[in-house]
Design a protein around this ligand. Structure first.
Ligand SMILES: NC(=O)c1ccc[n+]([C@@H]2O[C@H](COP(=O)([O-])OP(=O)(O)OC[C@H]3O[C@@H](n4cnc5c(N)ncnc54)[C@H](OP(=O)(O)O)[C@@H]3O)[C@@H](O)[C@H]2O)c1
Length: 338
């Protein structure tokens, strides 16, 4: 007798942006899930989107559990994550929550408590898809095996100028992103939270501490960070430097590690084609990964079925929120252009 689990019945929260661009097409690619509905902020638009996709337009989160929905990919703005995810988990619905987990440490702590209380009936993962890129997985393996030496410096640099996508308004981000309250920090959450997650995931189980933080506000008319430079302590002697910006130009991303005995450098590893070079051999390795979202989503489905999972847990995402919000509270803010 074959043991085939039926496809997970998934609803996407959101009808534009990450919902339309990523969540809906990724679920369509998965062999382990079916998209059964959507929920947006406004009924008419939600119905139009649902009709376009041939799925159900749900009026509310409370209607999902009654209809046997198994899981939600939650792509609402950052400040809505905590309450929406808590309500879903409390009603037994699994949640793939977009990053960052929350905009405040208090919210992250409350949500983590809900996750612990409901873990027998529902699973949460936070959408850090860059964990699923082979170049990052290889570097993590090399770091954790000790091949690259101990107590070195890990540097993650990623600049991505706004507007990020063709449909984005070039004059500035949506109001929820401009506001430091509803975003919880703009560049540091849009881009930097991925970088914090990678540092955390690559250096586990060493404790991370915020050593210093500087935020730039270079995006005209936006009173919120558009760049961030964070220095983190890793364990007793290691260091991590995180650089992100959505206002400054850069030729591409870099992930680098330097110890007293070895080094590694990944070029463009946030993109489909990455080049990894280390002092361990004289070869550069090119890896391709245009399916990091699908791999992350299928990992979430696996977690929902109690199978092994590499995705970011509530405890790990809580730690990212702690570091980001401590950096924001203690960091120095540099004024932007007049
Ligand atoms: N993992 C990644 O790399 C990645 C990339 C991009 C974004 N994200 C995350 O995704 C989230 C959304 O970002 P975005 O770029 O999609 O923002 P966006 O373009 O401003 O879209 C906001 C989304 O939230 C939905 N929404 C707003 N209020 C809602 C409500 N009350 N109920 C249900 N849906 C509501 C909107 O749906 P309506 O159209 O119905 O208002 C829309 O789909 C953020 O947390 C962001 O950090 C993650």
């Amino acid at each position: 007798m074959t043991n085939v689990t039926p496809p997970l019945r998934v609803v996407v929260i959101g009808t534009r942006g990450q919902a339309a661009r990523v969540a809906v097409p990724t679920i369509a690619l998965s062999e382990r899930a079916d998209l059964v509905g959507v929920i947006g902020s406004e009924q008419r638009r939600t119905r139009e989107f649902a009709d376009e996709l041939g799925v159900t337009s749900y009026p509310s989160i409370s209607s999902l559990a009654q209809d046997g929905v198994d899981a939600v990919w939650l792509t609402a703005p950052n400040h809505l994550h905590a309450t929406m995810a808590s309500e879903l988990l409390e009603s037994g619905v699994n949640v793939l929550l977009e990053k960052p987990m929350t905009t405040t440490l208090d919210d992250a702590t409350s949500l983590r408590e809900v996750v612990a209380r409901t873990e027998a009936s529902a699973t949460l993962r936070v959408a850090y898809q860059h964990r699923f890129r082979p170049a990052h997985q290889l570097l993590r393996h090399q770091l954790r095996s000790g091949e690259l030496g101990e107590s070195g410096m890990l540097r993650v640099h990623r600049y991505w100028k706004f507007p990020y996508f063709a449909g984005d308004d070039p004059s500035g981000p949506a109001p929820w992103r401009s506001s430091s309250t509803t975003s919880g920090g703009w560049a540091i959450n849009d881009i930097g939270s991925h970088l914090v997650d990678l540092v955390l995931w690559m250096t586990q189980p060493q404790p991370l501490t915020v050593v210093s933080a500087v935020f730039g506000m270079q995006f005209p008319g936006v009173d919120n960070d558009s760049s961030a430079l964070l220095t983190l302590g890793v364990g007793d002697r290691g260091l991590a430097v995180i650089e992100c910006s959505n206002a400054l130009s850069s030729p591409g991303s870099l992930v680098e590690y330097y110890s007293g005995t070895a080094w590694a450098r990944l070029t463009n590893s946030f993109h489909p084609v990455a080049v990894s070079t280390t002092s361990l051999d004289d070869m550069s390795v090119t890896t391709t990964s245009d399916d990091s979202y699908l791999r992350m989503f299928d990992d979430f489905v696996a977690a929902c079925h109690g199978e092994p999972s590499e995705g970011a847990t509530a405890d790990e995402a809580w730690e990212s929120v702690r570091l980001i919000q401590e950096a924001r509270a203690t960091g120095r803010y540099l004024a932007g252009p007049a």
